[in-house]
Design a protein around this ligand. Sequence first.
Ligand SMILES: [Fe+2]
Ligand SMILES: [Fe+2]
Length: 215
Amino acid sequence: MRSIEIIREEHRVLRGVLDCFESVLDCASRDSGPNMEISGEVLGWFERFADGVHQNKEELGLFPRMIAAAPEISRAVLKELMWLHAEERCRLVALRVGFASARGTEAWERGRFLAAARAYVEFQRHHALLEDEVILPRACEVLDQAVDDEILRTYAQIELDALGPNPEAPHAFLVRLRERAKQIVPSLVPSSHEDLCAGCDGCRVSSPRACSRGF
Ligand SMILES: [Fe+2]
Ligand SMILES: [Fe+2]
C-alpha cells in the first residue's frame, strides 16, 4: 500500500540523514566542535520534516486509521509510539537549545551539543526501526485500499500545509546534504540506506531526478 511504502521510504531517507550527520559529528574537534553550518541545516530538516511532516503523517494519517480498523490490536502499540513521538520532540527541543549555546565560545557547550546530537541520532534509529518492524507490518494487515486513498489525501494536505506546493523532496535533501558533508568528511560514502532511492522505488514523495544512481 502506498501510504505504508511512503512511511518506509521516509525512514530510509531519515536513516541516511542520521548516518551522514553522525559522520559530521565524528569529525568534531575538541577545540572547534562540530561543523555548525551543516548541523544547523540538519537540525532544521529534523524540525521541518522528520518531526513535522513525517510524524504528522503518522499521527494524523496512518495511526488513527489503524486504530479505527483494528482497535484491539493497534491501540496499545500505538500508545507506546505516541510516547516515543513526545520523547522525540523533547529531545529535539534540547538539541535546538544545545545548538544555540554551542555557538558560544565554551568547549563544554559544544560538548553538550555533541552529546545531545548523538543521543538524538540513536533515539531516532530505534524509533524508525520499531515502526518498520512492528507498526508497518501491522498496518499492512489491518488497512485496505479504500483507507489507503484516504490516508494519501491526508499526507498530501500535511505536506502542502507545512512545506508549500513545491517542496524539496526528502531524498533530494539527503543527496545535497551528503555533497556538503563530503567537503569536511572526504571519505564519506553513501549509507546502505541510500541504495534504493525514492525514484527507483516509484515513490511519489521524491523525484527520480534526485536519484544519486542516475535513474
Ligand atoms: Fe514515528
Ligand atoms: Fe516514522
